[in-house]
Design a binder for this molecule. Sequence first.
Ligand code: FE2
Ligand code: FE2
Length: 257
Amino acid sequence: MKQEVYNSIETWFNSYVEGFENENEKDNIILKRDHSFRVVKLTKELGEKLDLSDSDILLIQCIALLHDLGRFKQLVNYGTFSDTDEINHIQLGLATLTEHDVLAELNEEERNIVLECITYHHEPVLPKNINSLALPLIQVLRDADTIDILHIVSNYYLNNKIGTNKRLEMELSDKPDVSKKVYQSIMDEKQVAFKNILTINDLKLYQMSLIYDLNFKISFKIISEKTYLKQIFETLPKKDLVIDMYRQMKIFLENQL
Ligand SMILES: [Fe+2]
Ligand SMILES: [Fe+2]
């Protein structure tokens, strides 16, 4: 992919996002726009560290920019960040790409890679038959996405009262409970399944458990240096079970460095 192609997609993206003038959701539109650009930056950093080609780095930046495109419509039309079968940010994003013919300047191979990476960026487990050209790029995208999600939520939980941003809290209950299944997954060093999240505490632990699916040493290093797990842990109730889970994830993270 060429720089000019990336630039013209970025210009389109900026004007698309500007079109979402919604007073109630303004902060969250900006939050998602800024997330997209930070993921662009992170994919570039990771891509360079991993010695991807310049062309692949531009392609992964383009994927990063567009990966959450569906979030804007999801937020403004449906008032949520919660994905369901009917309303999910992947399908909304893919439909928007087609509707606006955003990938017109890409060749067919690049277009397929972009679509495949966006389609599977949020799946708990990647399908085995994923296109071998898309695989390293989607791995970079998923790591960059996780790093920035941890950045956003650790900052949010530390600096805001519960209830400040119901969208970010996925409209979940602030009961102090932690679900058993969340505990089991984390102690088994497995990412928590989204369907098992019942409370905001579960959500925090799910977000921490994303570390179990990171692909690259450099990603563990960034998360460790930024102390995201510790910051989220500070905002959780200090029950024995929670301390066990934190310790399990902390040791797992340290072992990857
Ligand atoms: Fe996403
Ligand atoms: Fe994302």
